[in-house]
Design a protein around this ligand. Structure first.
Ligand SMILES: Cc1cc2nc3c(=O)[nH]c(=O)nc-3n(C[C@H](O)[C@H](O)[C@H](O)COP(=O)(O)OP(=O)(O)OC[C@H]3O[C@@H](n4cnc5c(N)ncnc54)[C@H](O)[C@@H]3O)c2cc1C
Length: 359
């Protein structure tokens, strides 16, 4: 019997697992994060931009970004293109452009004093008299482990949240499709954000990384998401965005986009929900790393203060999350203005906070 079982060792789960103190903790993770990435490994589909909020919590953890985790170039410009109005503006931004897989491996490397099992896929979870039992697959065999407290950090499409809290209002999910495209010697020294309300009420982006351009779009899940992705890509090529190079890789992932505070749920039925599993993410920019790390820190603090009492820890964690929920609510309001074609056009027309750029 473990004191704590953590499912998922992305930024949320790994941050918590590095701070569990004297608790007997089991960490279950699908990806082989204990070793360098190899071709064919499952990887987290992500833009890999570390936003200023994420830089702040990362620094607060006592961590520094090694050069080896960074990608080239580090650019400070975002070009926004609104395909509805035809307006384009440049804005200064301070993201760190990094390799997300290496970043996750760095956070994972900080886990200490836990029983860590990678290559495990959690398949089911059940409530018991004393806590939870978690069923998972490892090398084709089924295993069951018991824990007094459960921390679910398995990301946007969380199986655990669906199992534990089937009745609650789920956080709406988008499907993010992302391609790695060869630049064929051309330059793209800026991040791009693209809006086209005939395709999606969210956005698409380009991020240059080590000689390739990563093109992603957040779309409503459904049969025609891929076709819409291709339509948007063709439109952007016609606008001069260099997306016509060879496609090296296409990936997809769920992306949570809460539109009501009630969809952000820190926990239920004695289990805590961390990071995107709990709906903690900005619904205006899709920046989720800072929220994931922060929920990991907040739960670690709650567990410490509760002296290992699971119910008390969950209550404290829910309270600790209030400010983060409020921040998500502000992002929802910002998102509504940004993604409404009229307010976006007015904001871009005004040129407020925009900079002149020669690119
Ligand atoms: C396309 C895309 C681009 C994004 N770009 C950015 C960006 O540039 N900057 C930013 O800040 N945010 C970005 N985000 C959001 C960010 O990636 C997430 O919000 C953040 O990773 C959430 O962290 P997490 O720890 O909650 O979940 P995750 O990072 O999703 O980690 C969940 C972990 O759980 C594991 N897992 C899942 N299911 C199981 C299971 N059944 N059994 C065992 N293990 C399991 C997974 O392998 C994973 O390691 C992006 C998201 C997407 C989809």
């Amino acid at each position: 019997m473990f004191d704590l079982i953590i499912v998922g060792a992305g930024p949320a789960g790994a941050t918590l697992a590095a701070r569990t103190g004297g608790l007997k903790t089991l960490v279950l993770e699908k990806r082989p994060l204990e070793r360098p990435q190899r071709a064919g490994d499952t990887e987290k589909c992500c833009g890999g931009l570390l936003a200023p909020d994420a830089q702040r919590v990362f620094a607060a953890c006592g961590y520094a970004l090694d050069n080896a985790l960074l990608c080239s170039p580090q650019t400070f410009l975002v070009r926004a293109l609104d395909l509805n109005s035809g307006l384009s503006r440049a804005y200064q931004r301070f993201y760190a452009n990094m390799d997300r897989e290496k970043f996750d491996r760095f956070l994972f490397s900080r886990i200490a004093g836990c029983d860590v099992r990678t290559g495990c896929t959690v398949k089911d979870v059940r409530k018991t008299d004393v806590g939870f039992e978690v069923e998972f697959l490892f090398q084709g065999r089924r295993y069951i482990e018991q824990g007094r407290f459960l921390a679910c950090a398995d990301g946007a499409g969380s199986l655990l949240r669906r199992k534990i809290d089937p009745a609650s209002r789920r956080t709406p999910l988008y499907i993010a499709i992302s391609q790695t495209i060869g630049l064929s010697g051309r330059e793209a020294p800026f991040y791009g954000s693209y809006f086209d309300s005939t395709i999606t009420d969210y956005y698409a982006w380009t991020i240059p990384k080590d000689g390739f351009l990563h093109f992603g779009a957040a779309l409503h899940p459904g049969a025609n998401a891929r076709a819409q992705f291709e339509t948007l890509k063709s439109r952007l090529i016609r606008c001069g965005i260099p997306l016509d190079g060879p496609v090296l890789r296409t990936q997809g992932a769920y992306l949570a986009r809460p539109c009501r505070v009630s969809q952000i749920v820190p926990g239920r039925c004695g289990a805590a929900f961390l990071g995107e599993c709990g709906g903690f993410i900005s619904s205006s920019s899709a920046e989720g790393i800072s929220y994931a790390i922060q929920t990991g820190l907040l739960l670690a603090e709650a567990l410490r203060a509760a002296g290992g009492d699971p119910q008390n820890a969950l209550r404290r964690y829910e309270r600790n999350c209030a400010a983060l929920k409020a921040k998500c609510a502000v992002k929802m309001v910002k998102g509504r203005a940004l993604y409404h074609p009229l307010t976006r056009r007015l904001a871009m027309q005004s040129g407020l906070t925009a900079i002149k750029s020669e690119t």
